[in-house]
Design a protein around this ligand. Structure first.
Ligand code: DGJ
Length: 717
């Protein structure tokens, strides 16, 4: 039993294999007691912290008790107006015009498994138990139903909340965080994933401030700039040691994560839909469902935290037939041709790709309307016969005849002002009457709060997908939102988007979908629920990718990260790196190619062919195994990663810059059975696990852009 209520002590216990999360009913307030390593029991708050009440200037709404104000009490879902002056999780504007909500415990129930969240992506599975706690405001009828799901074997907890209006008058939600957590200490460091287009998810680790730190997006998408993930760690926490608390929102729109150092030395952490620009009217009887947050505690550092996120996202967020299976190695024509292609060029590329072992030819942007540049035709999902005179069906057939699958790019959420769709429906884009319509990449966004716009996307995309055997779709989205016509709009948009994605992906279960937003501008667990992989970045330079991919795999599994070998000099940064180095970096994700094979010499093609074969041999180990980050590019000139699967151990080393006169770098492996036997098939030497972890393996790091892949077969226990 992983969820347990102790009626003697009024405590709720949520146990995973290695962690416990404890709450207490304190005068009918839902208080936070503990989250950390597994415990059997924790004393009640007043006994555990008899000294924890400071100089008192707080309003007293719990007379006669030590935590006599909610301003001090560590809470699970705090509100505003009756004593807690900290940032509330829930902010409601009542019919009377005030913003007071006073939530008290009403009831709870424990459920096997986990109910789905209406209209929203979320974790799923049978390997879990759910605690539902209902808190309500007697006067207004505003009710918060807090959901806690425990995945005991995965050491993961999820939280979300449903706000119900059980009163007689309408009210308006101004903020409804997915969770709030009052940790009993401060002095943490906060890790967040910061970036920009072509520079996504760079790791930044900041000392916690006594003020409020906010990490957020107001762009209408989770964004390149800030990812819906944060972690709190102790200053001494490393990859394999120390406390790490990770939080990841299963959501693709505007979000906010707040970390506040509080007056009595505690830390309030909250995450959810961005309150800025948010507003949601709840009439009597209506309810609002927040997105879900996935929460991981690790006592063994960031590596263990990441592995727990990887497993839950891989197995309980991603869905569909490709979740656990091998996926095709693809070639995408974007960096090979950009908009300048025709049937002959694509077929020539496909033919060359087939010869080196590629499985799938993806036709990127420019196949529809009259799109010779990025300034027209989005919305007109009809093949451009100037480029493909025999149509998509014929191209697809010819690619299939080569023994390859065929894939196609779409950007369905967009509308170009120069398009037939816009000429027929100028009001279908997001706009405010009387204001100029701000363009981004010469395009506007379809208003997915309009059912007719959603239906158009479903119909037009499905018509193309039904026209020929398409095996893969890249779903792109290339601008952020402006001129949102009302508060709450961006969340309504995301609900419309999720409806469209659910409909299309469930109609085509055999198509592999990859999401994209100008690279990784919507790399989030929400999108991964519909599409099991995401294009990681438009920066395809192998060195740049090391930083981007390491930030990404802090939370997201490498099985979800599209990673391609591209041309040199690289199109984004002009750097030249060897093809084997580019290949190893791409193997730390969903491997593919994105370059003009017609320009390569035979030797490079030969190397590519070997690298593809190598990837295919180890693809399942790479994507189902456990990742250990051994050396970080953020800390030195060599990046090293180890993947441990049931059958083998793979060690990838990418040397960014070399230096002469080096002693061998002894790379110590992790996560092995100390008594286990591991055989290096290249030399035939069998190592004990403790040797590989204790003494390590020697590496020559003298040369720039050198790569190594060392494989050990699990030989015996
Ligand atoms: C942005 C994507 O990230 C690229 O890979 C490519 O598909 C372009 N869009 C096409 O416009």
């Amino acid at each position: 039993m992983s969820v347990f209520y102790n009626s003697q002590t009024n405590q709720f216990y949520l146990h995973t294999k290695n962690s416990s999360y404890v709450m207490e009913l304190y005068e009918n307030h839902l208080a936070h007691s503990y989250w950390g390593s597994r415990v059997n029991a924790i004393p009640n708050l007043e006994h555990y912290y008899p000294f924890w009440f400071g100089a008192d200037f707080s309003a007293t709404d719990i007379p006669g008790r030590r935590f006599n104000s909610t301003d001090k009490l560590p809470q699970e879902y705090p509100t505003y107006g009756t004593g807690d002056m900290r940032s509330p999780a829930l902010q409601v504007e009542n019919a009377a015009g005030d913003s007071i909500t006073r939530l008290r415990y009403e009831s709870h129930r424990i459920l096997e498994g986990k109910p789905p969240l209406s209209g929203l992506p979320a974790t799923y599975g049978d390997d879990c138990e759910t605690l539902e706690i209902t808190l309500s405001d007697e006067l207004t009828g505003v009710t918060a139903v807090l959901n806690y799901t425990v995945f005991p074997e995965k050491d993961v907890l999820t939280r979300s909340v449903r706000i119900e209006n059980r009163g007689n008058t309408a009210c308006t939600l101004e903020k409804a965080a997915s969770f709030c957590l009052d940790l009993h200490q401060d002095g943490f460091e906060v890790i967040h994933l910061h970036g920009a287009w072509a520079k996504e998810r760079h790791i930044q680790r900041l000392p916690q401030s006594a003020a409020t730190m906010v990490f957020d997006s107001k762009r209408g998408a989770s964004s390149h700039n800030e990812n819906p993930f944060i972690a709190l760690v102790r200053p001494e926490t490393t990859e394999d040691r120390g406390d790490a608390y990770g939080f990841c929102l299963v959501y693709s729109g505007n979000f906010s994560a707040e970390v506040s150092g509080e007056q009595y030395g505690s830390t309030r952490v909250q995450m959810g839909i961005q309150p800025f620009g948010f507003s949601w009217e709840l009439k009597p009887g209506e309810s609002f469902q927040s997105p879900e947050a996935i929460m991981v505690y690790s006592s063994n550092g960031l590596g263990e935290m990441s592995r727990r996120f990887h497993k839950i996202i891989r197995q309980n967020v991603c869905r569909g037939k490709f979740r656990d299976t091998e996926r095709p190695v693809l070639i995408n024509n974007w960096e090979a041709t950009y908009f300048s292609f025709n049937q002959e060029k694509i077929l020539a590329l496909a033919e060359k790709a087939k010869a080196i072992g590629v499985d799938l030819m993806v036709l990127d942007d420019g196949w529809f309307g009259k799109r010779d540049a990025d300034n027209c035709s989005l919305g007109d999902w009809v093949v451009d016969k100037r480029k493909l005179p025999d149509g998509l069906e014929s191209l697809c057939q010819k690619v299939n005849d080569l023994g390859m699958q065929f894939g196609l790019w779409f950007e369905p959420e967009m509308i170009s002002p120069d398009s037939d769709l816009y000429r027929s429906h100028p009001d279908w884009c997001i706009h405010v009457d009387g204001r100029p319509r701000t363009e981004g990449r010469h395009q506007l966004i379809l208003d997915l709060t309009r059912p007719e716009a959603c239906d158009y996307i479903v119909d037009s995309v499905c018509t193309v997908l039904n026209s020929c055997p398409i095996s893969y779709v890249k779903w792109d989205m290339n601008r952020h939102m402006t001129e949102m016509p009302r508060k709450g709009f961006t969340h309504q948009y995301i609900l419309g988007l999720y409806r469209v994605l659910e409909e299309i992906t469930s109609r085509f279960p055999d198509i592999l979908f990859e999401s994209c937003s100008g690279g990784g501008g919507r790399f989030d667990a929400g999108m991964l629920y519909y599409m099991p992989q995401t294009w990681t970045s438009d920066d395809t330079d192998a060195v740049e990718r090391l930083y981007i991919q390491e930030g990404t795999n802090l939370v997201y599994p490498i099985s979800t990260m599209g990673a391609h070998i591209s041309a040199v000099p690289n199109h984004q940064v002009g750097r030249t790196t060897p093809v084997a180095f580019r290949s190893k970096v791409a193997m730390m994700g969903r491997f593919g190619l994105e370059l003009d094979l017609g320009r390569l010499d035979d030797e490079t093609l030969e190397t590519l062919s070997k690298e593809i074969a190598l990837y295919k041999t180890y693809q399942q180990d790479i994507h189902q195994g456990d990742l250990y980050r051994l050396l970080s590019p953020y800390k030195g000139r060599t990046a090293a990663y180890e993947i441990v699967s049931d059958k083998r151990v793979l060690v990838f080393v990418m040397n960014i810059t070399g230096a002469p006169c080096q002693a061998p770098l002894m790379l110590k492996l992790q996560g092995l059975n100390p008594d286990g036997q591991y055989k290096d098939p290249a030399t035939g030497i069998v190592y004990e696990g403790r040797t590989l972890m204790g003494a390590g393996i020697p590496l020559d790091t003298r040369r720039d852009h050198q790569d190594f892949l060392t494989v050990f077969e699990v030989y015996g226990a």
